[in-house]
Design a protein around this ligand. Structure first.
Ligand SMILES: [Zn+2]
Length: 117
């Protein structure tokens, strides 16, 4: 993965994250702090934290997605992006394009879903 690729996915992830936060902005005041964090570029922050109240205002899906996006941004920073967190193989480009925040390759994802029920 080239530097250009990483930058491309980083932008995609941040855009997605901003969309989630923007949608919530308005019914939760403290999200203003989070917006400021985004302006400062979240990748420079090693630790990303949200208030409990903020997380509670999210639906399970949004919360999960947001956390996955943050983890993926950290993986980008550590140059681990694009690698499956389970089998360590490269995640396919098509999959990265569709769900760049996914920590698993399609095989491991399917396996996880089977195990989940
Ligand atoms: Zn895998």
């Amino acid at each position: 993965m080239t530097k250009k690729d990483r930058e491309y996915y980083r932008k995609k992830l941040i855009e997605k994250k901003q969309k989630i936060l923007e949608r919530l902005n308005g019914y939760y005041e403290e999200s203003k702090d989070i917006e400021t964090d985004i302006a400062q570029d979240p990748i420079d922050k090693a630790e990303i934290s949200y208030t409990k109240e903020f997380l509670l205002s999210l639906s399970d899906t949004e919360r999960e997605l947001l956390l996955q996006i943050d983890q993926t941004l950290l993986r980008l920073q550590r140059d681990e992006f694009g690698r499956c967190q389970s089998c360590q193989k490269d995640i396919g480009k098509k999959r990265l394009e569709a769900v760049p925040w996914s920590p698993l390759c399609i095989d491991c994802q399917e396996k996880a879903e089977e195990e989940a029920g």
